[in-house]
Design a protein around this ligand. Structure first.
Ligand code: UDX
Length: 438
């Protein structure tokens, strides 16, 4: 099938490569010339394991081409995926749909009547209906618009696209269902559930899923707050409640909380949309979910102050700065915010991260960057583990302890072997747990 993928960020670039892997003829459309040039040269402009190798393969197979805007070639496609971003609006919690609206309106000038448009971006419920009206007016015929949310996670994006738990489509026409079934046929052949829904439900599925995941993380982080003052251990608690299949043990990792380009802005956008619809109280609890999450960052800043006294001139080493491992995404990263706040309080923060130091240089140049792990920790008065890269689990605490000034580490992700670190003379402050010795 001939398809276009409009907007080549994390979502679009991954989807374009995935569609090429399924054997479709894919045209990636991206107005940002820097991003476009990089992708066309086969170089991913961000870190994503597996996708880096799959991109040049898709290009050399001839299945994936790129262009900066629509033309006669892309206009003949049978299916158009809209994958542009919906960031948080500046100065408000609402999702900014400007780019989705612009992409849909531009597409409407080119689209052929039989083509299907599948929105994949995360949008406030009700957006698709507005887009359909606008597109139909511009095109001069009723546009087959569908909503087809994407659930990929950074770090495993391509795998998630090719082997999703389910494919969700919200449609207004049988034709849209048929075309989407056809494009995903190889995935459906493996038994993947295909859920045909109405459009508002499909729009809601994505935000509801992200809200649920965020709630799970904040639930266990709320328990961590209680554990910290009652002598309990939130990691053991999570394991114990997780054995109950109704609860499950996933997404109950306590620590400095969630970040990234999706969970934080999606829960805020959801609250804003519900308020617009007059049902703000229905999802009011998501404000608490957000607050619990942000309080974990405060907690680390407070711990640093209580460990170091005045932060002025103190050397702090941050292990990991991306919002999660296997990603160089710094959007709303808890480790980044903590580093910035400690710097503002006078500390000299040196960051180590396996892949994120280059984007960090632009994003937060006031932070010191060091590629060598031992050099990054040399002379540290405090070490904080901010992202659970596997590299940090493998650190030898004895060797590591030889370079720091003070053997104190805050394990912000609860991944260290605490007894082993304590045996090497470290004071380990693990969030949600009461282990400090050393
Ligand atoms: C998320 C959703 O998982 C995905 O389905 C959606 O398509 C996009 O948003 P992603 O942003 O890649 O994906 O990150 P995710 O793996 O969900 O992790 C989000 C954040 O929560 C990370 O900062 C992670 O460190 C944190 N997290 C995750 C926890 O603090 N505890 C956990 O138990 C799980």
């Amino acid at each position: 099938m001939k398809v276009t993928v409009i907007g080549l960020g994390y979502l679009g670039a991954t989807h374009a490569v995935a569609m090429a892997e399924l054997g479709h003829e894919v045209i990636g459309i991206e107005p940002d010339s820097k991003k476009l040039e990089s992708l066309a040269a086969g170089i991913l402009p961000f870190h994503e394991p597996g996708l880096d190798a799959a991109l040049p393969k898709a290009i050399s197979s001839g299945k994936l081409t790129f262009q900066s805007e629509h033309n006669e070639n892309s206009a003949s496609a049978d299916l158009h995926f809209i994958c542009v971003g919906t960031p948080q609006t500046k100065g408000s919690d609402a999702a900014d749909t400007t780019y989705v609206v612009a992409a849909a309106k531009e597409l409407a000038k080119w689209i052929k009547p039989t083509a299907v448009v599948a929105g994949k971006s995360t949008v406030p419920v009700g957006t698709a209906a507005t887009l359909k009206t606008a597109m139909t007016e511009i095109a001069g015929f009723e546009v087959h618009l569908a909503w087809n949310p994407e659930f990929l996670r950074e770090g495993t994006a391509l795998e998630d696209s090719l082997k999703p738990d389910r494919i969700v489509v919200g449609t207004w026409s049988q034709h849209s269902v048929d075309v989407l079934r056809e494009v995903y046929a190889p995935i459906l052949a493996t038994g993947t559930p295909f859920l045909e829904l109405d459009v508002p439900t499909a729009e809601l599925v994505k935000v509801a899923a992200n809200a649920f995941l965020a709630t799970k993380i904040s639930f266990i982080n709320a328990m961590a707050e209680v554990a910290e003052v009652s002598g309990a251990d939130a990691v053991a608690l999570a394991r114990a409640i997780g054995y109950d299949e109704r609860i499950g043990n996933k997404f109950l990792r306590t620590g400095i909380g969630f970040g990234g380009g999706c969970l934080p802005k999606d829960i805020r956008g959801f609250v804003a949309r519900a308020e617009e619809l007059g049902v703000g109280s229905a999802v009011d609890f998501l404000k608490d979910v957000d607050a619990v999450n942000l309080r974990r960052r405060d907690k680390v800043v407070e711990l640093a102050k209580s460990e170091l006294g005045s932060l002025t001139g103190k050397a702090v080493t941050m292990l990991g700065i991306s919002f999660k491992p296997d990603s160089d995404d710094l959007r709303d990263s808890p480790a980044l915010e903590i580093s910035q706040r400690l710097t503002a309080l006078g500390a000299k923060v040196t960051v180590h991260d396996p892949v994120s130091l280059t984007p960090l240089a632009t994003r937060s140049p006031e932070l010191y960057r060091e590629e060598d792990l031992l050099k990054a920790a040399t002379g540290a008065n405090l070490v904080i583990l901010g992202t659970e890269w596997k590299h940090y689990r493998e650190i030898d605490p004895i060797e590591f302890g030889k370079v720091v000034s003070t053997k104190t580490i805050i394990d912000g992700r609860n991944v260290l072997d605490v007894p082993k670190w304590q045996a090497a003379g470290w004071r380990v402050i693990a969030l949600g747990r009461n282990v400090h010795n050393g």
